[in-house]
Design a binder for this molecule. Structure first.
Ligand code: HEC
Ligand code: HEC
Ligand code: HEC
Ligand code: HEC
Ligand code: HEC
Ligand code: HEC
Ligand code: HEC
Ligand code: HEC
Ligand code: HEC
Length: 420
């Protein structure tokens, strides 16, 4: 009697476990009547991608829209009682996405590496501030990310991958009708696409080159203020910024509104700079603000002269090097010295940002010395070449004379034989 009771208890426990297990299995098989019905009726949203991160993590339709993803009936499934919220308005969007993305505890379960500050950041941007004030044109979450085709940013197909960002921003920023009532132009994309940065990213897939968000931020999108521009450019152009910071102007640009990177280089249409920018003629950048004889004018003229002299000497050394190579002489030492001379020129053009002609002159002296050394090494090789050529000429002549003598001798022997 006692034994059957124990067996019964075990059986009950076993049945319980089995039932629980089945229930779990059912839950894991994830019925999704939203998806089923929408697919069946061909009313899937236009931007839907199967690889969408949310579908992938089984957040699926009801995770964002609410409702009951197990109910077969449409009205039941999409009822307010089941928590259905439907489509959020533009103003509601940050909270709609933020109900998950602003929750550390929630996001940590899925992807601990994803930050949870997007909504906070977003409201610091011009986009966010304008949205709060009722503006319907500015970007909100789904404008940049889409709603149903969201991929991790590192995926090259993602709307926020560096390759696609300029186009994502340009959807609005290049739209003249949309921008008409704002204070902004619509040429940012075109200007950017033609710039050193745009060409490197768009034409050569160089992701080291900035896309719009590298300068404007991802969520805190606002134009960088005058004092922060140098820091943004300087995050990549470290040496330019370091030199610039040592200059009086660099220090002043933090407080005053002149001599920031963009005042000389522009922001979207940055082109490859040339020495001519420093020249004191009509192509000079400096003469936009400085005039004949003032400190800026004198500095520009002095730096221009130094850089052009150093460059010319380097070019002369390169011509000698090519000559040596054509003659097939030893070019190893010359190449070695010229590598340093080239490096010096690069540093010299960066050093312009000290705006200190004294430092530029010192650096230029090192470069000139290197190119002069290469030229004198080349001179030695050329005179050796000439000596060898002279030596070759003499030995050829001796050989010809010898051959002629042998020829005469043979003829003499032949005629001796005939006369015998
Ligand atoms: C039995 C079919 C069926 C089921 C189940 C269903 N839907 Fe729908 N859904 C529809 C149809 C049909 C429409 C378009 C007609 C309409 O707007 O009422 C629609 C429209 C929508 C819309 C657009 C609403 C709008 O205002 O334009 C959303 C969002 C949506 N469904 C989400 C869901 C979600 C989330 C679920 C699951 C919780 C779900 N649906 C379940 C059939 C279904
Ligand atoms: C990441 C959150 C998210 C998920 C997940 C999601 N939606 Fe949406 N859905 C939105 C947003 C936001 C909109 C508003 C339209 C917009 O601004 O792009 C929308 C709009 C819609 C619309 C109406 C507009 C349209 O594009 O046709 C339908 C229908 C819809 N969703 C169905 C679905 C279905 C079905 C699923 C599941 C396969 C789903 N949604 C999953 C966020 C989501
Ligand atoms: C102006 C365009 C834009 C808007 C608006 C925008 N995002 Fe982003 N978002 C981006 C860019 C760009 C990235 C980063 C891509 C990268 O990492 O290179 C990003 C990244 C993300 C990421 C990945 C993690 C991270 O922070 O890097 C999440 C999650 C995200 N956004 C959510 C949101 C949410 C939620 C909103 C609305 C509050 C929003 N985004 C609004 C452009 C935008
Ligand atoms: C129900 C919760 C939930 C909602 C609502 C939600 N998300 Fe997500 N989202 C997630 C989770 C969880 C992940 C991580 C998925 C993974 O990688 O496994 C994610 C991932 C992302 C990523 C990819 C981040 C990366 O780089 O890997 C972006 C971008 C994103 N969501 C944007 C949005 C936007 C925009 C909305 C609103 C339209 C939104 N999410 C609404 C939960 C949500
Ligand atoms: C949905 C359309 C839309 C998208 C997408 C969009 N923007 Fe905007 N953005 C606007 C509008 C509209 C304004 C003008 C707001 C105003 O000043 O009235 C604006 C303003 C700006 C400003 C000026 C801010 C200021 O303070 O003057 C910057 C910078 C900016 N956006 C950068 C970006 C970047 C970078 C992207 C892409 C990552 C982007 N935007 C994507 C609509 C958009
Ligand atoms: C190399 C950095 C950089 C890149 C890349 C960049 N911007 Fe800018 N952007 C700036 C700077 C600097 C300003 C000017 C800020 C100021 O004057 O206060 C600016 C200003 C703006 C403005 C406001 C002024 C205006 O022109 O109306 C918008 C809008 C803008 N950028 C959009 C974009 C878009 C869209 C892209 C990508 C196609 C982009 N930017 C790429 C640095 C950059
Ligand atoms: C995300 C990194 C990044 C940021 C931010 C950035 N740049 Fe660049 N920049 C690059 C890269 C990479 C190149 C080289 C492109 C190429 O291969 O031609 C470049 C090229 C340049 C050149 C041409 C150099 C040459 O020798 O031809 C100038 C000038 C320049 N950047 C100025 C700026 C200014 C001014 C800013 C800020 C408004 C800025 N950059 C912001 C990465 C950056
Ligand atoms: C956008 C206008 C502008 C441009 C362009 C400009 N400058 Fe200046 N520069 C100024 C202003 C303003 C001062 C400060 C004058 C003063 O306070 O006496 C200054 C000061 C200087 C000074 C004196 C530094 C000091 O000790 O304060 C030098 C040197 C100088 N600039 C060099 C240059 C060179 C070289 C160029 C060209 C590559 C150039 N500037 C381009 C506006 C400009
Ligand atoms: C007063 C004008 C002026 C300012 C301010 C200025 N630059 Fe320049 N920059 C020049 C000139 C002139 C050249 C060309 C030098 C040459 O080729 O002889 C140049 C060249 C460059 C180059 C190409 C040479 C190199 O170093 O590789 C880069 C990159 C650059 N600048 C970045 C910056 C950054 C970043 C800032 C801000 C921290 C900045 N510049 C501020 C005038 C300026």
């Amino acid at each position: 009697m006692k034994r059957t009771r124990i067996i019964k208890q075990y059986l009950l426990i076993f049945a319980g476990i089995t039932l629980l297990g089945t229930a779990n299995l059912l839950a894991e098989s994830k019925v999704n009547t939203c998806l089923d019905c929408h697919v069946e009726n061909d009313i899937m949203p236009g931007d839907f991608l199967e690889e969408d991160v949310h579908q992938h993590s089984e957040i699926s339709c009801a995770g964002c829209h609410g409702g009951d993803p197990e109910a077969e009936d449409m009205d039941e499934s999409m009822s307010a009682d089941a928590g259905y919220i439907g489509i959020p308005s533009r103003q509601e969007m940050p909270a709609f996405c933020g109900k998950c993305h602003s929750k550390i505890e929630y996001m940590r379960v899925f992807q601990p590496r994803i930050p949870t500050d997007q909504v906070d950041q977003y409201y610091t941007s011009t986009h966010g501030k304008k949205l709060l004030s009722g503006d319907k044109k500015v970007a909100m979450c789904s404008s940049c990310h889409t709603s149903h085709g969201i991929l991790p940013a590192k995926d090259t197909r993602s709307s926020v991958h560096p390759f696609n960002i300029p186009q994502t921003c340009n959807q609005c920023h290049g739209d003249a009708d949309l921008m008409a009532s704002t204070s902004h132009g619509t040429s940012q994309y075109e200007d950017y696409a033609g710039s050193v940065h745009g060409k490197a990213l768009i034409e050569r897939s160089d992701t080291g080159s900035p896309a719009c968000n590298d300068c404007h931020g991802n969520h805190g999108a606002a134009p960088p203020g005058a004092e922060s521009i140098s820091h943004i450019c300087g995050s990549c152009h470290l040496n330019n910024m370091e030199f610039f910071k040592t200059s009086v102007m660099g220090q002043l640009s933090e407080s005053a509104d002149y001599h920031s990177c963009e005042q000389c280089h522009g922001n979207h249409s940055i082109s490859e700079p040339s020495d001519e920018l420093l020249n004191v003629n009509e192509s000079s950048l400096c003469l936009e603000c400085h005039s004949d004889g003032d400190e800026g004018y004198v500095a520009a003229e002095a730096m221009y002269t130094q850089i052009r002299q150093t460059d010319s000497l380097y070019q002369a050394a390169i011509i000698r090097l090519k000559d040596i190579q054509i003659k097939g002489m030893n070019d190893v030492d010359i190449q070695y010295v010229l590598k340093d001379a080239k490096q010096n020129l690069i540093q010299l053009r960066t050093m312009v940002h000290t705006f200190d002609p004294v430092q530029v002159k010192e650096k230029a002296a090192e470069g000139k010395e290197l190119s002069a050394e290469a030229i004198s090494l080349a001179g030695l090789e050329i005179s050796e070449f000439n000596q060898r050529r002279m030596g070759f000429g003499i030995s050829t002549l001796a050989f010809v004379l010898l051959a002629f003598a042998v020829f005469l001798k043979i003829r003499q022997i032949d005629s001796n034989k005939k006369s015998d």
